[in-house]
Design a binder for this molecule. Structure first.
Ligand code: SF4
Length: 268
């Protein structure tokens, strides 16, 4: 089976397995997802979702956060770890949104990449979840799983994985596919325990590259994923309890997920 056919089959099976997979970072405005994504680095989505409540209670919009000092932001976001660098990036990012984009989040990839603290993973997440455009979010689950599944061969550099997946994944499927990889990576194809290949919906397809042992039977789906703190299901970044489902961001209504041109041809 070619990698492309394998990818299409995996996409279909994961759709059946996780029909509602989406981001578990809570947000109702695009700029809030930008903040949360930055805070989610080396932190669980669950903790981020709690910490941002305090942040937004004090600084409820882009202007307020742009006017805040780095120290004021750091004092609130410290529980997420890397407090100073995250606060510095959030401050600079909000100032750029205020000064260059009228407080809105730009809807093109290259502009997003220029925002302080925003890398390809975050920019793709915003493109997919906020703007409904093609996106490949290469987080740790994605990279581990697509290697095990044989969609890439020993590629661990996120940008290279992204570029390889653009060639295999239909653009309109990319964002949801990556969210489903996160679910699957937490529940079945786990990182901190051996993967539960015997119960995997991909067991007959997957070459299990790099997998030496398979794990004990996985818990029921309602149980906590074994490689994640008991919280919510998934997010593009890491973990979280779901509060109000992400609504359509006020400054960036979700568009249809199809049609827009992908970034597959973008130079690596
Ligand atoms: S068969 Fe095993 S290695 Fe392959 S995706 Fe499933 S759990 Fe992961």
């Amino acid at each position: 089976m070619t990698k492309k056919k394998l990818a299409l089959e995996i996409i279909e099976r994961l759709k059946q397995e996780y029909p509602d997979a989406d981001c578990t970072l809570d947000y109702n405005q695009a700029w809030k997802l930008l903040v949360s994504v930055r805070l989610a680095a080396q932190c669980t989505d669950a903790r981020v979702n709690v910490v941002v409540q305090d942040l937004y209670a004090r600084f409820p919009d882009v202007n307020a956060l742009a006017d805040a000092s780095v120290e004021e932001i750091e004092a609130i976001v410290k529980p997420c770890g890397l407090g100073h660098s995250k606060a510095r990036d959030i401050s600079a990012c909000m100032r750029m949104l205020r000064d260059e984009y009228g407080g809105a989040v730009p809807d093109d990839f290259d502009s997003l990449l220029k925002l302080p603290g925003v890398g390809r993973k975050s920019a793709n997440l915003i493109m997919g979840d906020v703007f409904g455009k093609p996106a490949i979010v290469t987080d740790t689950h994605c990279i581990r799983l697509v290697n095990r599944m044989g969609l890439v061969d020993g590629v661990t550099e996120p940008k290279k994985v992204e570029m390889a997946l653009w060639k295999l994944i239909p653009p309109e499927e990319g964002s949801d596919f990556c969210h489903r990889l996160v679910y699957h990576g937490r529940e079945v194809c786990t990182a901190r325990t051996a993967p539960h290949c015997e119960q995997c919906c991909l067991a007959d397809l997957c070459p299990r590259n790099g997998v030496k042992n398979t794990g004990a039977p996985k818990r029921a789906k309602s149980g906590a994923p074994e490689d994640a703190p008991k919280q919510a299901k998934t997010g593009a970044p890491e973990d979280a309890p779901k509060q109000a489902k992400k609504g359509a961001p006020e400054d960036a209504p979700k568009q249809a997920k199809t049609g827009a041109a992908g970034r597959a041809g973008k130079p690596a």
